[in-house]
Design a protein around this ligand. Structure first.
Ligand code: FAD
Length: 207
């Protein structure tokens, strides 16, 4: 009898890493991600109103919805120490973050577009990972399930969790900072400086 795949619901940072680790351990995985440009289920692309995300803008895995920073680089800081531990554990998120790093003072920051594209291609190419597009509207009752739908869990799944647990909803409030296109900045009246005066000043130019 073949191995029953583990279901990972949510292709954000957590679900992407979980799917990768499970597959690397030799177990088949189905990674469910509801964001799908063809179905219009990302912000600004809505058609059906089903399974939409109010903050994501692409259908790529591990999309960074706001800051492109993973926090401090230095390993004597909490975030930097966590990075070091994740590298030792073979984290695919950290490997791709290191590979697509952009200058950001003392922080580990990435080119968000190529970071997510690379992760999507890498997971799609893994023989033990099946990337399945579409909303999972209710918690599966069978098999092993990893729930990684993050703070913007779809309404239907949140309702399913509510029915299962009887718990009131948790509320999540946040805002996405605006992204300014580098070409739109008038360099005659603006200047470059690094965050916290650490490292060289830099600007990320979108391809
Ligand atoms: C507006 C906003 C701004 C934020 N800014 C920051 C920031 O600057 N820095 C920071 O560290 N964190 C920020 N966060 C928090 C951020 O969401 C988390 O750090 C990070 O994305 C969490 O990763 P995750 O994998 O748990 O969730 P996510 O990255 O949100 O991934 C969850 C995935 O599950 C999918 N999904 C949801 N429901 C379903 C379903 N039913 N079926 C299938 N797929 C589903 C979603 O489409 C999504 O791709 C912000 C969050 C929001 C909403």
């Amino acid at each position: 009898m073949g191995q029953q795949p583990i279901q990972v619901i949510g292709g954000g940072l957590a679900g992407t890493e979980a799917a990768w680790q499970i597959a690397q351990a030799g177990w088949p995985v189905v990674l469910h991600e509801m964001r799908d440009l063809e179905q219009g289920s990302v912000a600004g692309q809505r058609q059906s109103g089903q399974g939409t995300s109010p903050a994501h803008h692409t259908d790529q895995l591990a999309e960074l919805v706001c800051s492109n920073s993973f926090g401090a680089l230095a390993s004597d800081r909490a975030a930097g120490l966590l990075h070091a531990e994740l590298r030792l554990l073979g984290s695919i998120i950290l490997a791709k973050a290191d590979h697509h790093q952009v200058p950001a003072g003392g922080a580990l920051a990435v080119d968000r577009a190529v970071f997510s594209q690379d992760l999507t291609q890498t997971l799609a190419a893994h023989p033990l990972i099946e990337l399945r597009r579409g909303e999972v509207p209710a918690l599966p009752r069978e098999g092993i399930v990893v729930l990684a739908t993050g703070p913007l869990t779809s309404a239907a799944l949140a309702e399913s969790l509510h029915r299962l647990t009887g718990q009131e909803y948790l509320s999540f409030f946040d805002a996405a900072s605006p992204i300014v296109v580098g070409d739109s900045i008038n360099r005659e009246i603006a200047f470059l400086a690094s965050r916290y005066d650490r490292g060289a000043a830099a600007i990320s130019i979108a391809p």
